[in-house]
Design a protein around this ligand. Structure first.
Ligand SMILES: Cc1cc2nc3c(=O)[nH]c(=O)nc-3n(C[C@H](O)[C@H](O)[C@H](O)COP(=O)(O)OP(=O)(O)OC[C@H]3O[C@@H](n4cnc5c(N)ncnc54)[C@H](O)[C@@H]3O)c2cc1C
Length: 471
């Protein structure tokens, strides 16, 4: 039986980064992966494929967004989603190579097969031919991720009814698509498919999609998506899904209405892959919806067993899963190098336009006792924003009125997921209005939006002073 310092079950971003972090400190590490390729949902079914599809969609729509007389481009709807995303495979392959060569360099052993805990230190691995072997670890990290939720009555065996994994294998780009789910995945795919002229209906059960996004920025996103052609159906639930003889799907809603579609994408919820891992046998505590319970160091109630990534729940992002894996590995081996997840976590939504946020929202800042002032800048008044043809883009900053410190920011618009990192640095370093006013940005650049947001906040502060003076 092979003996290791750390065994990671699952080779997504959480497992990969925990493994390389531990190996970096000189520990013997094994990683157990049931798939033939490493990378988990991040590389194979989620983050990278969906973002590759987004980039291709934007490439195809570039002439519509920034019109040039005589230049036109339309997507051939007979092409398969897989072909349309040819670049995805290249990027995935490069990611597989990167991960495998980093494991080789660091002496990390990969065991192919399904891992299952036998006790607090031993893991049984069953490969695809059913052969079993056992390995032992001083520590074990559960990094098995999550899977799309598949409600029983929905006929996922029909080729036109897909979840977030299946959508990548559609045999052709549909003319019509109903997407169920107003969360990140539903909105991202709605805007991506609408961008290539698919007639998209987005069905969700609340008043708003993405309820955690600043209401004004969300409104800009919804407007932009509506303009793209997305039809939003709020407060709407699916009653039945009925495959038709011609291959289309009739979706019947709870309110009695119904609609025909070429593809139904079910993107409402994910479930933690915490089953069949032997966790009950070992006594690892599970919380709501099967999520593994951990402390701030990603350690479960069984001291030798840690868990990180989607399997522990919110925020369930590749970005945070990587950090959690690294922090767990540091804690196991008493390394103070990295001890907790930053409280300044950016959230990025790769919708079209993208949305990104950092720090405190207006409500959170007010609840924390700040007197806030808002600074805003619109892409349409920014030279680079105009070149990009972004009409809806908005940067919204939340500042403390007294200290002028930046407390939070939300951006909706092109490059929002990159641009947010400037706000992240400024918040981390205690900067704010004065920094933005005094610094010099490239011109033309989206970075300049921060300067104009700061000026608008200053104006708001001045306006309040004038009102008070007048009174
Ligand atoms: C459509 C979509 C878009 C996304 N976009 C983004 C984005 O833009 N940005 C972002 O930060 N995040 C994004 N995410 C989320 C991100 O992909 C996940 O948060 C991240 O992959 C989770 O990492 P993980 O390591 O916890 O698990 P996963 O990446 O799910 O990896 C788990 C691995 O464990 C393996 N496994 C499971 N059980 C076993 C077992 N018993 N034995 C052996 N191996 C096992 C699986 O095969 C898999 O390889 C997106 C997700 C989806 C679905």
């Amino acid at each position: 039986m092979r003996d290791y310092d750390l065994i990671c079950i699952g080779c997504g971003p959480a497992g990969e980064k925990a493994a390389t972090q531990a190996a970096y400190f000189g520990h013997r590490v094994a990683i157990v992966e049931q798939n033939d390729t490493p990378g988990g949902a991040m590389v194979n079914t989620g983050t990278i494929p969906s973002k590759a599809l987004r980039e291709t969609a934007l490439l195809c729509s570039a002439f519509n967004r920034r019109p040039l007389p005589g230049m036109n481009f339309r997507v051939d709807h007979n092409v398969s989603v897989a072909k349309f995303m040819a670049r995805r495979h290249m990027i995935e392959q490069q990611e597989h190579d990167r991960i495998e060569s980093s494991f080789d360099q660091q002496g990390i052993t990969v065991h192919n097969g399904r891992g299952r805990l036998i006790d607090a230190n031993n893991v049984d691995i069953t490969n695809q031919s059913g052969e079993k072997h056992r390995i032992r670890g001083r520590f074990v990290l559960i990094s098995t991720g999550s899977s799309p939720l598949r409600p029983k009555p929905i006929p996922f065996d029909h080729p036109a009814v897909v979840d977030a994994d299946g959508v990548l294998n559609l045999s052709r780009i549909p003319a019509r698509m109903i997407i169920v789910g107003g969360g990140v995945i539903g909105c991202e795919y709605a805007s991506i498919f609408a961008e290539i002229n698919v007639q998209v209906t987005l069905v969700h059960n609340g008043d708003h999609v993405l309820p955690f996004v600043d209401a004004e920025c969300r409104q800009h996103l919804v407007q932009a998506m509506t303009y793209q052609g997305v039809e939003f159906r709020p407060n709407c639930a699916v009653k039945t899904v009925e495959p038709q003889p011609d291959g289309t799907i009739r979706v019947v809603f709870e309110d009695g209405s119904n609609a025909l579609t070429d593809v139904l994408l079910w993107a409402a919820g994910r479930t933690s892959n915490s089953q069949n891992l032997g966790l009950e046998t070992v006594g690892v505590e599970l919380g709501e919806r099967g999520l593994i319970k951990v402390n701030d160091h990603y350690q479960t109630n069984v001291p030798s067993i840690y868990a990180a990534g989607d399997v522990i729940g919110f925020p369930a992002l590749a970005a945070t899963s990587m950090e959690q894996g690294r922090i767990a590995a540091c804690h196991m081996f008493g390394q103070s190098f990295k001890s907790k997840l930053t409280h300044l976590m950016p959230i990025g939504l790769y919708t079209i336009p993208a949305v990104s946020m950092i720090g405190q929202s207006v409500d959170q800042a007010e609840k924390a006792g700040h007197e806030v002032v808002i600074g805003k800048a619109q892409y349409r008044y920014n030279a680079r924003g105009r070149m990009l043809g972004d009409e809806q883009g908005l940067l919204k900053c939340v500042f403390d009125r007294q200290t002028k410190a930046l407390l939070g920011a939300t951006i909706v618009g092109e490059d929002a997921t990159e641009l947010i990192h400037l706000a992240q640095c400024v918040i981390a370093n205690g900067g704010g209005i004065d920094y933005f006013i005094n610094t010099c940005f490239n011109y033309p650049s989206l970075g300049e939006l921060y300067k104009y947001a700061a000026y608008s906040a200053l104006q708001a502060i001045g306006a309040k002073r004038d009102v008070m003076k007048a009174a």
